[in-house]
Write a protein that binds this ligand. Sequence first.
Ligand code: AP5
Length: 210
Amino acid sequence: MKIIMLGAPGAGKGTQAEILNEKYNIPTISTGAIIRESIKSGSELGNKVKSIIESGQLVSDDIVIEIIKNRLAEKDCENGFILDGFPRTVKQADALYDLGILIDYVISIEVDDEDIIKRLSGRRECSKCRATFHITNNPSKKGDVCDKCGAPLVTRPDDEPETIKARLEVYHDQTEALKDYYEGKNILHKVCGTEGIEATTKSIVAILEK
Ligand code: AP5
């Protein structure tokens, strides 16, 4: 199964990708997570993109296309993968197609901007394994530490209110057009992302197992 998770920042792409990864045992590839790791490690790439990601703008197409190209060439992607956060522009979608990769399902998780703002301001992320929580919708069973690995939970720097606004603008300007792009290829499936995490998973699984 080759799946793309589409949706506004905070729509629940990462949360659902993590669940599908466990259920179907196919790798999740999150360009955001790869970029955050490179910032954390202080690599040349990380230093180059740090201010871009923290301002809520998109990293250049060429950089993310190169990241994806290398990652998809790895052995664990042979039998499928879940793309979380890629593509985000028509140029990126074209690049995926040019690589000869045919996607089976594009799942667009639909959440309005007002809910997104509430969600992202309550999101917490594990500083080690990157598991995602929410202070009310999906709290860690262990309070301020991750209930999977025990590391402290942190707020992502791009979850500050002004940056959330900028990311939503970028989504509407540059990424939302991908819904028409994939609708034209008959592989777009919209799911409601406001009925809780389990209900959203149920809707996605119903599409994948139809
Ligand atoms: P990225 O890491 O991809 O961030 P994003 O798209 O903004 O998405 P998020 O990770 O913020 O949200 P999500 O949809 O995964 O939601 P989550 O599951 O966490 O990208 C970050 C940055 O990297 C970009 O801004 C850009 O600079 C750069 N970048 C990355 N990819 C790029 C690309 N391809 N091109 C260029 N630049 C790129 O859920 C959010 C919260 O809601 C959580 O707290 C969760 O617990 C809660 N929640 C989830 N589902 C539900 C539900 N159904 N009901 C209630 N609460 C829920």
